[in-house]
Design a protein around this ligand. Structure first.
Ligand code: CO
Length: 134
């Protein structure tokens, strides 16, 4: 069902500092900063060739990243994103196996304009999982 690791998301308390760290200190290719108001985040992707990092910063009052950063003040790994071929098929198979889908259970449009779903961290070794249809 899951295929490639699309990205590792890292919540950061200071986006400019995180971008500078990856671009200037680590010499990575950092893409432009994009606001995603529907998800309550501002993101900057770091292209690593075999995968990407998604630097996440809270946007708006109801940002899902806000409470995470209150618990992890210097930032931390927030979720992993795996690619799937058919998000509806993947969702139905997971629900059948007793896994919980966060939110309405319907795919939303993610950071790459593709349909995404989030899976309950308690069902996946304490890790929030994003599935993205490629
Ligand atoms: Co993501």
């Amino acid at each position: 069902m899951i295929e490639k690791l699309n990205h590792v998301a890292i919540a950061v308390p200071d986006l400019d500092k995180a971008i500078s760290l990856y671009r200037d200190v680590l010499g990575a290719d950092v893409a432009e900063v994009v606001d995603l108001p529907a998800h309550g985040v501002t993101v900057a992707f770091v292209n690593l060739g075999n995968t990407k990092l998604e630097l996440l910063y809270p946007l708006g009052h109801k940002s899902p990243i806000k409470s995470f950063l209150e618990k992890n003040v210097s930032g931390g790994i927030h979720h992993l994103c795996y690619e799937v071929e058919d998000i509806f098929k993947a969702r139905d198979q997971l629900v059948e196996k007793g896994m919980r889908i966060l939110g309405s259970g319907e795919p939303a449009t993610g950071a790459h304009g593709k349909p995404v779903l989030f899976l309950h961290p308690k069902d996946f070794c304490g890790t929030l999982i994003e599935l993205e249809q490629i």
